[in-house]
Design a protein around this ligand. Structure first.
Ligand SMILES: NC(=O)C1=CN([C@@H]2O[C@H](COP(=O)(O)OP(=O)(O)OC[C@H]3O[C@@H](n4cnc5c(N)ncnc54)[C@H](O)[C@@H]3O)[C@@H](O)[C@H]2O)[C@@H](O)CC1
Ligand SMILES: Nc1ncnc2c1ncn2[C@@H]1O[C@H](COP(=O)(O)OP(=O)(O)OP(=O)(O)O)[C@@H](O)[C@H]1O
Ligand SMILES: [Mg+2]
Length: 390
């Protein structure tokens, strides 16, 4: 009979005999839910057990690797996560209950990024999607889509005199704050730009969101801001950072004062998340890695070989929605021991984006663009969780 609690302690040699279906179910759910950090040896044994057909087998596990070897990231069961957290389409629900998201981003240079993030949130099932951007960016973003609610409230240095800055900053915070309590999640950074005055205002917005316990996904130039002031997110368990290759490099250099180490990538990500006080970090790349400083997971389902700009923006909008759904489903089930909603949101968002990218690429090949991927978000979700059954 498998004794699941012993599986956590792999310091010595363990023998696990899975002699019936129930013990296999216990054993495998223990692995999926708790033992996310494992040694290569352990993973080989898991594979061996699986290859025996799931049960009625005997496995010897040498624990040396777990005690002294590398930390590896187990592939997350993203499809199960998506099925678990996506809300049913219940006719008794009213507008807003499936999620209200706000993107803080969009300036003179970048109007695509906040649009991609905000429209992706709607495409996967959120009810309302707002964008808080600069005055210049607003008509452009509104022009892309009548679905988005666009607030032209941010200001860049060039449009504000020095003697006006304090009052303008106060006004910007007031404009965003009056909406804040209504949002289930913020996405800070897609297309924000790096204007110092604008970033000061966004720091104030982030502090306010934190005080109000609003989950916050930080991407793009939001990561530039956070890297320059880690205290903005340090210890905030409702923060998610979604760095790309450059953004990750800067974070590692700043927080850990070292270089990116590809050989021990899961371990380094775990240390980074721990160092920033348990924020959740989704490191984007060929495989996406997700950690909250306690566990580390991998999402590596096939995506697309096209690296057109904007895919990270889609991801940030999806992570915001899925994290909100995961939070609500934890609350509905009153399950305090459930996995971190931000981890689940990252796993679900990453997997869905990659599926959508793969579908879009199958159709458009080299001509695949971010808008094509957005068009595939709905079908990708439908394939896993049909609307009529959901
Ligand atoms: N259509 C759009 O509006 C898009 C806008 N985007 C926005 O563009 C902004 C910048 O995002 P990126 O993903 O390009 O940011 P990155 O930080 O990845 O790159 C910015 C640029 O600086 C260079 N760079 C980065 N780190 C460097 C370093 N350490 N030394 C030298 N050069 C370095 C990169 O090669 C790149 O050309 C963000 O606000 C982002 O959201 C992107 O999301 C792509 C789509
Ligand atoms: N080499 C890769 N192979 C496969 N998929 C990748 C690769 N790199 C990134 N991705 C996927 O694309 C998504 C976006 O990652 P990317 O690194 O392009 O973000 P980004 O640079 O922030 O994008 P954006 O242009 O929106 O700012 C990731 O979540 C990942 O799933
Ligand atoms: Mg990006």
């Amino acid at each position: 009979m498998a004794v699941c609690c012993e599986i956590d302690n792999l310091k010595g040699r363990r023998e696990v005999i899975l002699d019936d279906m129930n013990s296999w179910i216990n054993f495998s759910s223990c692995l999926e839910n708790h033992l996310l950090l494992s040694s290569p040896i352990y993973r080989r044994q898991l594979f061996l057990i699986r290859s025996f057909g799931g049960y009625c087998c005997k496995a010897h596990m040498e624990g040396q690797g777990a005690a002294s070897g590398k930390i590896t990231a187990l592939e997350a069961d993203a499809e199960t996560v998506i099925r678990k957290i996506t809300p049913v389409l219940d006719p008794r629900r009213h507008k807003g209950q499936a999620g209200k998201i706000a993107v803080i981003g969009g300036c003179r240079e970048y109007t695509g990024a906040p649009y991609f993030a905000a429209i992706s949130a709607l495409k996967i099932g959120a009810d309302l999607s707002h964008v808080f951007c600069t005055k210049d960016a607003s008509p452009v973003i509104k022009g892309y889509s009548p679905e988005l609610i666009v607030h032209p409230v941010l200001e860049e240095s060039y449009s504000v005199r020095d003697d006006e800055k304090a009052s303008v900053a106060k006004r910007v915070l007031a404009e965003v704050s009056k909406w804040m309590e209504r949002f289930d999640c913020l996405v800070v950074g897609p297309g924000l730009g790096r204007d110092p005055f604008l970033l000061d205002c966004v720091s104030d917005i982030m502090k306010h969101a934190r005080k109000s316990n609003i989950p916050t996904v930080i991407d793009g130039d939001g990561l530039f801001l956070v890297t320059s002031n880690l205290d903005l997110v340090k210890g905030y368990h409702l923060a998610v950072l979604t760095p790309n290759v450059n953004e990750y490099k800067r974070l590692i250099e700043k927080a850990l004062n070292t270089e990116v180490n590809e050989d021990d990538a899961p371990e380094q990500l775990l240390s980074l998340a721990k160092c920033i006080g348990g924020v959740t970090i989704l490191r984007k790349g060929n495989s996406d890695l997700v950690s909250d400083g306690v566990t580390v997971n991998k999402v590596s389902n096939f995506g697309s070989p096209r690296r057109c700009g904007g895919q990270g923006d889609i991801l940030s909008g999806c992570v915001a929605v899925f994290s909100s759904w995961a939070r609500s489903s934890n609350k509905e089930m009153d399950d305090k021991s459930a996995s971190s909603p931000m981890m689940l949101g990252c796993i679900a968002g990453s997997s869905l984006l990659r599926r959508a990218a793969s579908l879009a690429f199958a159709d458009k090949k080299r001509a695949t663009l971010t808008s094509d991927i957005i068009e595939c978000l709905g079908k990708s979700l439908e394939d896993m969780i049909p609307a009529e059954q959901g």
